[in-house]
Design a protein around this ligand. Structure first.
Ligand SMILES: [Fe+2]
Length: 213
């Protein structure tokens, strides 16, 4: 997992453990500001028509007897403000294509089939420590008018004072990431949009909002 506090303290204080302790004790000091998660295009497929189920497990729709097709993954993380404070109660709306690269959206003219058992969208809230978790299907790469898109999940994050619209990528998709125009356009901030593989089918990704929670 990326630890923004650690990388920041290294930059500002040259790795001093004592300085890091001082930072933790005064969490609103401007010098400890974290680099924010980069904002990115919302894209054309924000779900207008939603299924009845919007919970954190996108692989099962309530009342269905079959799970969605594809590789089941878990993504966990925290929402932090730029001082490293957890943002509790933040709303995360997220949406993605299915295991074959198709969005459940009228604007998606791709010919890959829809998966009637894939939720495709979730709306969740962060917990007391800014923590969140989803279970979903690994999205596929897909062709688009701007070139092949690497696997990604779209996020709309609403804290108390700041809203971030962005896209999350996967650390084990290096080849696809290297040819994705939107990912490459992020430049040096691309790694802050990258969920890290932390175990079989498990990814970690922290979101840093630009403003205080
Ligand atoms: Fe997309």
């Amino acid at each position: 997992m990326i630890d923004p506090k650690h990388s920041l303290s290294r930059r500002v204080f040259g790795g001093s453990v004592l300085a890091l302790g001082a930072i933790a004790a005064s969490k609103t000091v401007a010098a400890v500001e974290l680099a924010p998660t980069p904002d990115q295009a919302m894209g054309p497929f924000f779900p207008i028509e939603r299924v009845a189920d919007e919970d954190a497990d996108l692989t099962w729709i309530k009342g269905h007897k079959k799970r969605a097709d594809g590789e089941v993954i878990q993504v966990t993380g925290r929402v932090l403000d730029r001082y490293g404070n957890p943002v509790s109660g933040a709303r995360l709306d997220l949406w993605q294509c299915n295991s074959l690269g198709r969005y459940a959206h009228a604007n998606d003219t791709a010919t890959m089939p829809l998966d009637p058992h894939f939720q495709g969208y979730a709306s969740i809230r962060t917990g007391a420590n800014g923590d969140w978790r989803i279970t979903t299907i690994k999205p596929a790469a897909y062709d688009s008018p701007i070139g092949k898109r690497t696997p990604h999940i779209h996020f709309d994050v609403q804290g108390k004072r700041h809203r971030l619209i962005t896209q999350m990528y996967f650390s084990d998709d290096g080849a696809n990431n290297s040819t994705d125009r939107l990912y490459q356009d992020l430049g040096s901030s691309a790694e802050r949009a990258l969920a890290r593989l932390s175990g079989a089918g498990k990814y970690d990704w922290n979101i840093v909002l630009q403003d205080a929670g």
